[in-house]
Ligand binder design. Structure first.
Ligand code: ADP
Ligand code: ASP
Ligand code: MG
Length: 406
């Protein structure tokens, strides 16, 4: 007997027929003698609709009420799946975040899970009851509903698997595993049988939405065995594993892209000590995260240009914060540009192989694509490009690194 947490994403529970199919899949594991806890997302599109309603009601919304609204999608699917399981003669009940409770910090809209008490769940699982847990939601220190950020049901599932010391956490979605890049953009993307925690973490944090970044962080820290697989076809998916479980390591394992960033350029900033602190300090105070940064060499020793990226959602606030301090910062012009894409090539093999960045620059040059900003880390090279080149750049790089399916 194994203890398994199964997570079903939005498309897997998009309508009643699919919820029934999910119930059949859960039943198969139960019939095989396993102990099961299920985590569900809201029906596909439901969360977008809820977010949109809060936005239409009030643009500067109270994050606690936003959470009260957007968490509701998962309540519906948890209840429906419990009903579908009962209909198959299975003892099942739904659990909302506050009922377990899944304790989080108080950062509404992107809360972090702190603790999941499991005594009651384990006792009931021992009696043969299936727990159907609403993903994405928890209970903050103020006893109010919190949500974990978009895509957060992945994190609910991995956290529950860690707390339950489950043998496996299966993430069922609309693709049959983790691919070398988004298979919806690059038709030649190849499914990976295994990927390391580190590479998966980097892929997710650079934009591959197949797993929420925090779920990978949590899996890595608690050594949860995560498998990503399709809820529509019966086939093994991708296992996220330790580096020593990978037999043949590629230099580049995957390519991610993110359209969620925006570029800001400050022209003619004074070139003196303390200027970067004066610019980025107020952004940090406003909880605006800055990702890539480049500063040009000053030609005359007096002025320089500074370019950086922030989340697209933070662009308007960034412009306001900096414009409000224009007198003090003394830049000549501020140019915001939301039409950019960040493309990142990722692989643990980069630690021991040179030339990965050069290959990237050469490939983009051959396609006549201009690189606006570059940043690197131990296992990643990222470039910022004009958004219109997303598909072209992804496909060219995928081929150049030998990742195309045969
Ligand atoms: P769910 O609703 O099941 O959580 P998501 O939409 O959040 O599903 O994640 C699955 C999607 O992630 C896929 O449909 C695919 O388009 C996208 N994706 C992006 N990068 C990758 C990748 N490298 N491998 C697989 N899927 C990816
Ligand atoms: N329903 C939430 C969202 O759409 C959480 C999730 O699906 O993981 O972001
Ligand atoms: Mg998701």
């Amino acid at each position: 007997m194994a203890r398994i947490v199964q997570k079903f994403g939005g498309t897997s529970v998009a309508d009643i027929d699919r919820i029934r199919a999910v119930a059949d899949r859960v039943k198969r594991e139960i019939d095989a003698g396993n102990e099961i806890a299920v985590v569900v997302s809201a029906m596909a599109g439901a969360t977008n609709q809820l977010v949109e309603w809060t936005r239409q009601t009030c643009t500067l919304h109270d994050a606690r009420e936003y959470d009260a609204v957007v968490a509701s999608g998962e309540q519906v699917t948890a209840g429906l799946l419990a009903l579908a399981l009962q209909d198959r003669g299975i003892n099942a009940r739904s659990w909302l975040g506050w009922q377990i409770p899944i304790r989080t910090d108080g950062i509404h809209g992107k809360a972090r899970i702190r603790d999941i008490p499991t005594e009651e769940l384990v006792r009931r699982m021992g009696e043969g009851q299936v727990a159907v847990v609403a993903g994405f939601q928890g209970l903050g220190p103020d006893n109010r509903i919190t949500t974990l950020g978009r895509g957060g049901s992945d994190t609910s599932a991995v956290a529950l698997a860690a707390a339950l010391q489950a043998d496996r956490c299966d993430i069922f979605t609309d693709v049959d595993g983790v691919y070398t890049t988004d298979p919806r953009i690059v038709a030649k993307a190849r499914k990976l049988d295994r990927i390391t925690y580190e590479e998966m973490l980097e892929l997710a944090s650079q934009g591959a939405k197949v797993l929420q970044t925090r779920s990978v962080e949590m899996a890595m820290n608690h050594r949860v065995r995560v498998q990503v697989l399709s809820s529509f076809i019966d086939a093994p998916g991708t296992l996220v594993v330790d580096e020593d479980e990978i037999v043949e390591q590629q230099v580049v394992s995957g390519i991610a892209y993110s359209r969620d960033e925006a570029k800001v350029t400050l022209l003619k900033v004074a070139d003196r000590p303390g200027v970067a602190a004066a610019i980025f300090g107020p952004l940090a105070e406003h909880a605006i995260n800055v990702d890539m940064i480049v500063q040009n060499i000053s030609e005359d020793g007096r002025f320089t240009d500074l370019t950086f990226t922030v989340g697209k959602a933070d662009l308007a606030r960034t412009v306001k914060v900096l414009e409000d301090r224009r007198g003090q910062l003394g830049f000549a012009a501020l140019k915001p540009d939301p039409n950019v894409v960040k493309i990142s090539v990722i692989g643990v093999g980069m630690r021991s192989h040179a030339g990965v960045a050069q290959q990237m620059f050469k490939t983009l040059a051959e396609k006549n694509i201009n690189i606006q900003v570059i940043s690197t880390s131990e296992i990643k090279v990222s470039v910022l490009l004009a958004e219109e080149y997303t598909e072209l750049a992804l496909r060219a790089l995928h081929t150049a690194y030998g990742l195309d399916a045969g």
